[in-house]
Design a protein around this ligand. Structure first.
Ligand code: UTP
Length: 409
């Protein structure tokens, strides 16, 4: 794209400020900026006006979960099926590590955060240790691990794994890929500039993982290795059970397109997304969308009908993913802290949210599928998310949960 073309594209979307420092840039910076303008989809910025507003939703109804008692009664059977499926090489794992972890506020990828007290214990290390538990259960069958990064944290992530010898995992079983980026803007939809020659961007949400895998040509590996199930999970849950054989077995034998690990809610109004049906298809209703009537609704046993919150650990059927790969996912506008340069060209690192990022979310992928098994897990054993430095879902609370589970820090 040449300068004139860039100018007219920016004008169309009211983003002329992007070229404010153009004349000060070196030739290579000029080329890079023109390329970025060419690649950027500015049309998404008008979604800023939807900040704080949810999209149109359908009619919700309950979706019952496989509860702990049923899992316990079938544990041996499910685990055997799961172990066989893993040993046959049909299960892969995808670590979603493309996020910016802005709430934790570290400049490094979140997985590099050290939660140790007496020795270093990195989040990535905890994830690999958890995966190795499964490998052990599957008699040493290593699971293919894909790690999604973004252009912002890819090099740091890859180098960190290398420096630490992949925390004991075989390097040839780990494949990194980068997710797509989206522009970030102020509340009026004007893109921020992260440098004089670069528009601020951020990863486009955690639903980008499958399309980014396809873009990176990784379906070759999926097909060559005969991978039929993919367990995706967040980087920040340090008690995460990955490709847990019992969960694999329950999902495979339930004949569903996706299994979702869920925890029983602490209170009817707990701030978690809840599994349900929406217009008859699996879906997740956000806590702020739950009506009083839904909170009060009871199932046949007299328990709350909308009682299971998702923890971002899903076992997807690979064929089902390929079927929905070409469908468009809705865009969510989220309020975040966005680093940028101010009108004088000085760098700003905001302390509080200052604008909008645009993300596609995994929960919308669930709604594209025909069937889902919510699978109950014990919160205290499997859910220790690290979102913040202190308080709720923090390094502190995760440390406490690790301690309760006998993990030395
Ligand atoms: P969060 O929604 O908690 O976002 O991600 P975040 O970016 O890590 O943290 P904040 O909100 O800025 O503090 C949940 C999971 O999804 C991944 C994250 O890495 C985390 O594992 N994720 C999120 C991606 O892989 N890509 C994204 O674009 C966003």
């Amino acid at each position: 794209m040449n300068l004139e073309e860039a100018k007219s594209k920016l004008e169309k979307y009211g983003q002329e400020h992007v070229l404010k420092y153009y004349d000060e840039l070196s030739e290579s910076e000029k080329t890079a900026l023109l390329e970025q303008i060419d690649d950027t989809d500015f049309s998404i910025l008008e979604n800023c006006k939807n900040l704080g507003k949810g999209g149109e939703r359908g009619t919700f109804s309950p979706l019952s979960a496989m509860e702990l008692s049923e899992i316990e009664a079938n544990k041996e059977k499910f685990t055997k099926i799961g172990v066989e499926t893993i040993k046959a090489g049909k299960v892969a794992a995808v670590l979603l590590a493309g996020g910016m972890g802005t709430r934790l506020g570290s400049d490094n990828p979140k997985g590099m955060y050290d939660i140790g007290l007496t020795k270093p214990v990195y989040i990535f290390q905890r994830i690999i240790e958890n995966l190795l538990d499964t490998v052990k259960q599957a008699d040493g069958s290593y699971i293919r691990l894909f790690v999604m990064t973004s252009e912002k944290n890819n090099d740091a992530t890859v180098n960190f794994f290398k420096e630490h010898n992949f925390f004991g995992y075989p390097e040839e079983k780990v494949t990194f890929f980068k997710q797509e980026m989206a522009p970030a803007s102020d509340y009026d939809g004007k893109v921020y500039m992260e440098a004089k020659g670069r528009i601020s961007t951020s990863p486009n949400g955690n639903a980008g993982w499958f399309s980014s895998m396809l873009k990176a040509g990784l379906d070759d590996i999926l097909h060559k290795e005969g991978i039929e199930w993919i367990d995706i999970f967040a980087v920040d849950n340090v008690l995460q059970r990955i490709c847990d054989p019992c969960f694999v077995g329950a999902t495979v034998s339930s004949n569903v397109e996706v299994g979702a690990k869920v925890v029983r809610k602490n209170a009817p109004d707990e701030k978690v997304g809840v599994m349900c049906l929406e217009d008859g298809k699996p879906s997740i209703v956000e806590y702020y969308e739950l009506s009083q009537e839904m909170m009060d609704a009871k199932d046949a046993k007299g328990d709350p009908a909308y009682n299971y919150g998702v923890i971002l650990n899903y076992m997807f059927n690979e064929k089902a993913l390929e079927r929905i790969a070409s469908e468009n996912l809705p865009l969510h506008v989220v309020e975040k802290k966005i680093g940028h340069i101010d009108e004088n060209g000085n760098e700003v690192k905001p302390e509080s949210p200052n604008g909008c990022k645009f993300e596609q979310l995994v929960l919308d992928m669930i709604h594209m599928l025909n069937s889902c098994l919510p699978y109950e897990v014990v919160r205290e054993h499997e859910f220790a998310p690290i979102k913040n430095k202190t308080g709720v879902d923090s390094v502190e609370s995760a440390r406490e949960l690790c301690r309760k589970n006998g993990i030395e820090l």
